[in-house]
Design a protein. Structure first.
Ligand code: HH2
Length: 274
């Protein structure tokens, strides 16, 4: 991996928190993948089940129905970036890998489907293991930690060990603190501030702050307003947090706005290098 990678988000969903419904038509999703690659995405992360707070789970058949035409079109004409599949279901990961996906982004960190670890091990793809407290439907109801960074670190360490015990090569594993997944604004900020403690685990760190609601809450507060900024106005906060995360060792940036974040990270990286 170069010093960092840009992972562009493509949500083939009717209900994602920032772009739900925009890319549910297969042609729109495929066009979005190609546009994000033009913007500089090294990876496109395709997902067909929203994990926003309060989201209801999507069945396997529906998830496959949304993804299959998109995967087929990308297999017929590869987009020029690695394809990642954002799913917790082994059957969906398997279909995506058969169509050319090289990364499994599992927000349950191999806890959602007991067949997932085996699929990842057998196929030798990369896998992102993310921390989440609880499940999307309920995760924002008063999340509590002893010490959020220590708790997330212990979880990721345990999941890393589990993945290796299932035959997944350590070099294939990426880790993600799961910004916004069962976390308050204070938890998210502390994870960002102390990200170096997670980088010490020695595996590439993925960070996903893009357009998340805590950014809208902080910016609104600074303006003296109680009304959080909408997702469409959270790009400045996304950039600020990505730059901080880069400085603290993150390597993969999962974002909706690839061009803008890419430009910001290029300048930040050049400054950090001196
Ligand atoms: N965040 C979301 C989804 N998948 N995967 C990783 N590894 N890290 C994240 O932070 C992460 C993720 C939520 O964002 P989005 O896909 O835009 O929304 P939704 O879940 O509503 O589709």
């Amino acid at each position: 991996m170069s010093s960092y990678s840009l992972m562009g988000v493509v949500n083939v969903t009717p209900d994602s928190f920032s772009d739900g419904g925009e890319f549910i038509a297969p042609s729109a999703a495929v066009a979005r993948c190609r546009a994000l690659v033009d913007e500089g995405a090294d990876i496109v992360d395709l997902g067909a089940e929203s994990t926003r707070p309060g989201a209801e789970p999507v069945g396997e058949l529906e998830e496959l129905r949304r993804l299959e035409p998109v995967l087929a079109a990308l297999a017929a004409e590869p987009p020029g970036a690695r394809i990642s599949i954002d799913t917790a279901k082994a059957s969906v990961a398997s279909a995506a890998i058969a169509a050319g996906a090289e990364i499994v982004n599992d927000v349950t960190a191999l806890r959602g489907d007991e067949a997932m670890a085996g699929i990842v091990a057998e196929t030798g793809v990369d896998v992102c293991l993310m921390h989440m407290l609880g499940e999307p439907r309920t995760m924002q109801l008063e999340p509590r930690y002893e010490d959020v960074v220590a708790d997330v670190k212990a979880f990721l360490e345990e999941r890393l060990e589990f993945a290796c015990s299932q035959g997944i090569a350590q070099e294939r594993i990426w880790l993600d603190p799961g910004i916004g997944f069962g976390k308050t604004t204070a938890h998210n900020l502390e994870l960002l501030r102390r990200l170096g403690e997670l980088a010490a685990l020695g595996r590439p760190l993925v960070i996903g702050t893009s357009r998340k609601s805590f950014l809208g809450r902080i910016a609104a507060q600074a303006r003296g307003s109680d009304e959080p900024l909408p997702a469409s106005e959270r790009l400045p906060g996304t950039i600020a947090t990505c730059v901080i995360a880069l400085e603290r060792g993150a390597e993969v940036f999962r974002v909706h706005d690839v061009r803008a974040v890419g430009d910001a990270l290029a300048v930040a990286a050049a400054s950090l290098r001196g």
